[in-house]
Structures are given as C-alpha cells and as structure tokens.
Ligand binder design. Structure first.
Ligand SMILES: Cc1ncc(COP(=O)(O)O)c(C=O)c1O
Length: 458
C-alpha cells in the first residue's frame, strides 16, 4: 500500500530532487541576523546570504508578521482580476526610489522571470515604436541572468548554456568589462573603454534595425564575482544604446536593494536605463519575489499601440510576496541598512585586503558595498588559474561549510571554464566582529583547499 511504503522510508531516502544531488545537506532549523542553525544545533555564519539574497538578515519578525497577516487576509487573487493594497504600496515605494521616470512595475517570483519579462517587454516596446524587426538582445560574456531559456540565451556563462544551446535562439554577446583579465589584453590607462565600444561594433555588425536591447549586470555578479566597472563604462553604454535606438536593461537582481551600498547600482553613474530587473533582496529571501520595472513613457507607448502586455504568470503580482517586499523596504529604511551596507561594506573590503592582499593565491580582491569577491590563482604573477579539474571553488565551499561559514564559491571566471572566485556578501546587519570571524574562517578554508589541490591527486 502506498501509505505503508511511505512510512517505511528512512531519513537517508529523500524524495526531493536537488540540484547538487551528491552534496550532503543538513536540515535547516532557524535563522537570526547573520546566523543559521541546522537541526543538529550547528551554527553557520551566512557570509553570502546564500546566493547573495539576504540583505536584512534572517529571522526578522516584522517581515514574518507582515507575511502572516497578508496570508490570513487574502493569499491569492489573480492579477488579471484584482490588485491589492500591499502590491500598490510596494510599487509606489519602489517607484519613488528607482532611477526610472514614472516607473511601472511588473511583479513575478524569480530573477529569471524578471529577465524573461524584460526581454519580452523590450520586444513589445520596439513593436509598439514601429520597429518590428528589432528582436535581438545583446548580452555579455561572463554574465548570469537566470536558468530559463530566454535568460540563458542572453546570459554568458558557457558551462550553464552548453547543454541547452541547441534548444534556444542564441543572442549576440560582447566581451565583459573585467579589468583584471582584460579581454582585449589592454591596461586601464590605455584602453579607452574598448569593452564599451564593443557594444557599438556588435550593434553595427548585427544591424541596428535587428537589435531590441542590451542587457547586463551593472556590477558583475556570480559568474565573474563582484567586478565593478570604471565610472565611464555605463554612461558610454547608455550613450551607444540611445544612438542606435537600443533599449538598455540593467539586471539589478543581485545588485539592487542596497547590495552595493545604494538602492540601485546604476545610481552611482547617474544614468537612467530603460528597464531594471530586481529579485533576491527585494524581499530579502522571505518569499519569492522579483520585479521588472520600466520607464513610464515606454509602458504608455506599449499600452497605446498594442493594448495589453502579451505575457502571463499565475503567481505574478502575488499579494503575500508583495507584503514581504513592502516589509523588507520598511525594515531597510527603519534601520538605515543601505547606509550600513555602504559603511560596513567599506570595512569588509578593507579587512579583506588586509587579510588577503599578500596571499600567494589571491590574485584580485574586488567589490563594493556589501558585495565582495576574491579571485584565486595558481600564480599571482601570470594570473594563471588553477586547473578546473582541481575543483578549487567547490573545495573552498566544502571546507568553509564544514567549519560553519557560508560563502558563494564559483568557477569559470577566468575563461568560462577555469578560474575560481569566492563571494563574500553578508546580510547588511553584519557586525565588525562578525566580519573578523568570517575572514578568519575563510582564510582557513582557502588554505585548506589550496593545500589539498597543491598536494596533488587525493
Ligand atoms: C544578476 C542575476 N540575474 C538573474 C538571476 C536569476 O535569478 P533567479 O535565480 O531568482 O531566477 C540571478 C541569480 O543569481 C542573478 O544573480
């Protein structure tokens, strides 16, 4: 009987299908501030908010209460039929902060969906502007935009695209802005922003009349690890996009909502993109929530010319997720957490430089606000990465996790396959003494992993 066979299952047999199937996973129990605890009572210091998600910290009562109250009032009403107070208020709060004139916001659940929505919106805006031949969205190598097909087509992480490439309509890509490993082999003083001008070349190569948009992360996230571009880079991109009638989409899924020490990363260059995508920190991890925000005049044009936005989503504009987002913004403001991300983030960066600046295998330390990364190299002089077979990033993660430290470790930054980096991006409430603890544990994890790798095959 099905019921009996279910009862016989033991803890070692899980019916859950995880992405990292072989990695043993403790059962999470609870969290508070920068800490998580598993059901065995082991404490973890969450120095990356998982995948750079947790900005306000774990266990915030006010957000849990807001979610509970909204769910008790009404949990679901379809977005083609109703709006809700929580959603309208969240949209108003975000619109007041977004660097988009008269912003209009479309709400979804994941960053990937926000990207899909931005891509579809760009296409429809171009059709509404009487430019129906424009459908391509240019992306950058070394980017991450999500796991769905549209996002993968624009995204520039080869290892995650390869399996599916025959299945989607690939999009053009330009080289990243990555000064530590300049794709053009230039140095900052001589480059003249060659990597930004590559956008103009690509638009011309494709034919501007076919290009709907350019999509990129303002500060590169998981794939390259907290790469901050030179100040002139984004204004130059915007100028190129404007010249060729190409929409500029800023993927702020990771950088938005205070992560870089300001509400949105693009603010530091004083530019106005056409579309901004948010996710992760917009609800601080309390519920799945993401946003595609666009300049009001563009959405008005779409409405005037096409009527409706041709898109969908059963869980779009969900009131409980909106309540979580609204409570997250209120908490960020009430506790001055954006300012804190900037100030404590500076300390985090300084301490990382002090601790790892002379480390023989740390080639680069980069980032801003509460978003930092260390790039590991086999040789500091030549910048040669460790071989991918060494699986250094995975080893660092494993050592850190075993010692109760959570970091976001990735491979592929150097050339899409080789190269390892570790992101340190704790919740904004992190205290200075906790930063010291993070750095101490990270040093031990890096040294232990490198000792394994340099000792040869295990
Ligand atoms: C910059 C960026 N865009 C999009 C995504 C996709 O978000 P999600 O995993 O919520 O679908 C991510 C996730 O890591 C991201 O970092």
């Amino acid at each position: 009987m099905p019921f009996e066979s279910t009862k016989k299952k033991t803890d070692s047999h899980s019916h859950v299908f995880y992405r990292k199937h072989k990695r043993p996973k403790p059962t999470i129990s609870h969290g508070e501030g920068v800490y998580l605890w598993d059901t065995d009572g082991k404490r973890y210091i969450d120095a990356s908010g998982g995948a750079v998600v947790v900005n306000v910290g774990h266990g915030v009562r006010e957000i849990a209460d807001a979610v509970r109250e909204q769910a008790a009032e009404v949990a679901y009403a379809h977005a083609t039929m109703f709006t809700s107070h929580a959603l309208e208020e969240l949209a108003a709060q975000l619109a007041a902060r977004l660097p988009l004139p008269d912003a209009r916001l479309f709400f979804l659940s994941s960053g990937s969906e926000a990207i899909e929505t931005a891509v579809k919106l760009a296409r429809q805006i171009q059709i509404a502007r009487d430019q129906p031949s424009r459908y391509k969205v240019i992306g950058r190598w070394g980017s991450y935009h999500g796991a769905t097909f549209g996002a993968m087509a624009v995204m520039g992480k080869p290892s995650m695209r390869r399996t599916y490439e025959p299945m989607f309509l690939d999009m053009p890509h330009i080289p990243p802005v990555y000064c530590y490993r300049c794709p053009f082999g230039l140095t900052c003083s001589e480059c003249g922003l060659r990597c930004a001008d590559a956008l103009e070349e690509e638009i011309r190569r494709q034919g501007a009349e076919t290009v709907a948009a350019f999509l990129a992360e303002p500060v590169a996230g998981a794939t390259l690890g907290a790469v901050v571009p030179p100040d002139e880079y984004w204004p130059r991109l915007l100028e190129i996009c404007d010249r060729y009638g190409v929409l500029l989409i800023a993927d702020e899924v990771m950088t938005g909502m205070g992560r870089t020490g300001r509400w949105f990363a693009v603010e530091q260059w004083d530019i106005t993109p056409d579309i901004i995508c948010l996710g992760k920190g917009v609800s601080g991890g309390y519920l799945p929530l993401s946003v595609t925000a666009a300049r009001g005049d563009l959405v008005e044009t779409l409405w005037e010319q096409l009527g409706d936005f041709n898109h969908g989503g059963t869980y779009s504009h969900q009131p409980v997720a909106a309540a979580a987002g609204l409570a997250t913004i209120r908490y960020l403001e009430a506790h001055n957490l954006i300012e804190r991300a900037r100030e404590a983030g500076e300390t985090l960066g300084r301490k990382l430089r002090e601790a790892f600046g002379h480390h023989p295998h740390v080639g680069d330390i980069r980032g801003q606000g509460m978003m930092w990364a260390l790039e590991l190299v086999a040789d500091r002089e030549t910048k040669e990465p460790f071989p991918p077979s060494a699986k250094l990033a995975g080893r660092i993660f494993d050592h850190a996790f075993a010692s109760g430290l959570i970091v976001y470790a990735m491979s592929g930054c150097a050339d899409g396959v080789a190269g390892d980096h570790v992101m340190v991006a704790p919740p904004f409430v992190v205290e200075i003494w906790q930063i010291n603890e993070i750095i101490g544990l990270l040093r031990e994890a890096i040294d232990a992993a490198i000792a394994e790798v340099t000792a040869g095959p295990q």
